[in-house]
Design a protein around this ligand. Structure first.
Ligand code: PLP
Length: 372
């Protein structure tokens, strides 16, 4: 048997005819950039996330950049971000000349540790970017406590978390602005790059729309220096076909996570490996199912699973504060202990919606065979 980390074809294939019709409709209209499909997607995503506004852009990375640009973050400002996340969360801060301040994570959820965030706030801090890592919302009550007391903007990095909920509210409406990605590995993935910003703030929404199109309003009159980060109509056409299925796919991911948990428990493995815990009050959207393997055995397990034709991934092997491009920020070894520990222990297993029961059984059996 062979179990890939993600099998995009299983999701795309049943919808292919419908997607091809939507794509050929775009060709007929000839509106390839920010066409009617983009407007339709923006209103459906706003509704799905319970947010007042949604503005499409070219990628999740650009959504983060646009959020910070709209907040006029620049030299002299500090932005607090986790180090245990995808690169784009921090690079957006660096690109604007602001100072990245890395905070440590809670070892159980892998999300920002709000107590560590609070310790790192200074008079220069302008924003916090809580990442809803792996599809589980950050501890937003605590994030808001820190933010309100210090007048900070809260930017959700919800790239992995469309459909996640916190106390009954969806990711996308839990902060001042949220950033989504439609990269193909995300819970709602396009046929290429795409991104979106959501907010309940009318002024910010207007700013995002201005900044994504070179600050141009009206045509060829530039109010501010923006960027070119528009969403293609072809991507929106594909995503409009997929969005109505998102709730079902998330439920399948939740079922798959529960199935892994009970399979690992049936094998008696819950002591040797740490299963992902859902601590957050709300719904985990399970973009990734990430176990911890201690005792320095993670990499050997990963190689063994590869020999068994089981796809896995390490999110993330090198924390951002230890990346070559950020060494000048001065975070030495041991400066973010939980982040560094997680980077050495985590392993993501296949959890895509369409994975079958026998495939999950095979994954668990092979892990059991290695651990024992
Ligand atoms: C994927 C991802 C991004 C970037 O999204 P792109 O669309 O690939 O630019 C940002 N943050 C996190 C946490 C991500 O997982």
């Amino acid at each position: 048997m062979s179990v890939p980390l993600l099998d995009i074809q299983r999701q795309m294939e049943p919808l292919r005819t419908e997607m091809e019709a939507a794509i050929s409709h775009v060709f007929k209209t000839g509106h390839f950039v920010l066409g009617e499909q983009v407007q339709q997607l923006e209103s459906s995503v706003a509704e799905y996330c319970h947010a007042a506004y949604a503005i499409g852009c070219a990628s999740g990375s650009d959504a983060l950049l646009l959020a910070l640009m709209a907040a006029e973050v620049g030299p002299g400002d500090e932005v607090i971000v986790p180090s245990y996340t995808f690169f784009a969360t921090a690079s957006a801060v660096a690109r604007l000349g602001a100072k990245i301040v890395f905070a440590d994570i809670d070892p159980q959820t892998f999300n920002l540790d709000p107590a560590d965030v609070a310790r790192r706030v200074t008079s220069h801090t302008k924003a916090i970017i809580p990442v809803h890592l792996f599809g589980q919302c950050a501890d937003m009550d605590m994030v808001h406590d820190v933010a309100h007391g210090n007048d900070l903007l809260v930017i959700e990095d919800a790239a992995q978390a469309i459909g996640a909920e916190y106390r009954g509210q969806r990711a996308g409406a839990l902060g001042d602005v949220a950033c989504f990605s439609f990269y193909p590995t995300k819970n709602l993935g396009g046929a290429g790059d795409g991104g979106m910003l959501t907010t309940n703030n009318e002024r910010l929404a207007d700013r995002f729309a201005l900044l994504r199109g070179h600050g141009m309003r009206p045509r060829y009159y530039h109010q501010v220096v923006g960027i070119n980060s528009r969403l293609d109509s072809l991507q929106a056409a594909v995503l409009n076909v997929k969005l109505p299925h998102l709730e079902r796919w998330i439920q399948m991911r939740i079922d798959n996570a529960q199935r892994y948990n009970s399979m690992f428990e049936a094998e008696g493995l819950q002591e040797q490996i740490t299963l992902p815990l859902t601590h957050t009050p709300g719904r985990h959207a399970w973009n990734q199912y990430v176990i911890r393997v201690s005792g320095g055995r993670r990499d050997a397990l990963r190689s063994y699973l590869q020999e068994c034709n089981i796809g896995t991934e390490i999110y993330y092997p090198i924390p951002l504060h230890q990346q070559a491009c950020f060494t000048d920020l001065g975070y030495g070894p041991g400066s973010l202990p939980e982040t560094e520990k997680a980077a050495g222990e985590t392993l993501a297993l296949p959890i895509f919606p369409e994975i079958t029961d026998p495939e999950q059984q095979y994954v668990v059996q092979k892990i059991a065979a290695f651990i024992r």
